[in-house]
Design a protein around this ligand. Structure first.
Ligand code: ADP
Ligand code: MG
Length: 239
């Protein structure tokens, strides 16, 4: 069962700095939502609040119908993939994938099939004995995604996961992440400042600008009917 994410007047302040100004937003179960907007508009902050890595300063955040702050972090079922892969350099790929499950108390016999399945989905089965330094950028990014998959989260959050990759690999990984979404059917929220990623991957695009939502819609809706110049400029439509 996929999970819905609902934001009601969600705000974020860092001291005197007002970063997110009362955002209302619904992400439907199983949806691939893309947050897009210029650098500094609050994409990562929003994602980190949904992940529970950052307190909200105001408003309400619901996962399914539960208030986020009333759900224990371990029960939230959220996995986040960052642009810096943060793999453990001294551990093999297998260990990198297994580590989170080991610390969560799973037994070896339970861990192995989960790791093998994630490795199969990401086509890294042949790399399980390697250390991260013996992997390409794309392979490392797959291991990072694999670490999210093994935990079988309700929601996947991606924060600009491809921005360290070269152009060709970015295209390939885009296709792979879309396939992953099709295969798993989880709710996924993907942050990017890249319009092409947003247009090609999203069920729903959320265009952000200095801490508020400019427009929400399917890629073609935004392209054909941008609400203002900012959205038109950002999505690349002719208005
Ligand atoms: P984006 O991911 O869209 O580039 P961020 O969410 O990282 O934007 O940042 C939004 C705004 O919040 C920026 O002005 C940034 O400087 C500020 N900001 C982010 N994190 C912190 C923090 N921990 N303390 C103070 N200001 C922050
Ligand atoms: Mg960011």
């Amino acid at each position: 069962m996929a999970t819905s994410v609902v934001l009601q007047k969600v705000e974020k302040r860092y001291g005197a700095l007002d970063v997110i100004h009362g955002i209302d937003l619904t992400i439907d179960p199983g949806e691939f939502a893309v947050f897009v907007g210029p650098s500094g508009c609050g994409k990562s902050t929003l994602l980190r609040m949904i992940a529970g890595l950052e307190e909200i300063s105001g408003g309400t955040l619901l996962l399914d119908n539960d208030r986020m702050n009333e759900v224990a972090p371990a029960k939230r079922g959220i996995a986040m993939v960052f642009q810096s892969y943060a793999l453990y350099p001294h551990m093999s790929v297998y260990k990198n994938l297994a580590f989170g499950l080991e610390t969560a108390g799973y037994r070896k016999a339970e861990i192995e099939p989960k790791v093998r399945r994630a490795a199969e989905i990401l086509q890294i089965e042949k790399l399980l004995d390697r250390k991260p330094k013996a992997l390409s950028g794309g392979q490392r990014q797959r291991v990072a995604i694999g670490r999210a998959i093994v935990r079988e989260p309700r929601i996947f959050l991606f924060d600009e996961p491809l921005s360290n990759l070269d152009a060709e690999l970015r295209v390939q990984m885009r296709v792979e992440i879309s396939r992953l979404h099709r295969d798993l059917g989880n709710t996924m929220i993907y942050v990017t400042h890249d319009q092409v990623e947003a247009m090609t991957m999203a069920d729903k695009i959320v265009v952000l600008n200095s801490g508020h939502v400019e427009q929400v819609g399917a890629p073609l809706e935004l392209y054909n009917n941008p609400i203002n110049r900012f959205v038109a400029g950002f999505i690349g439509s002719p208005k």
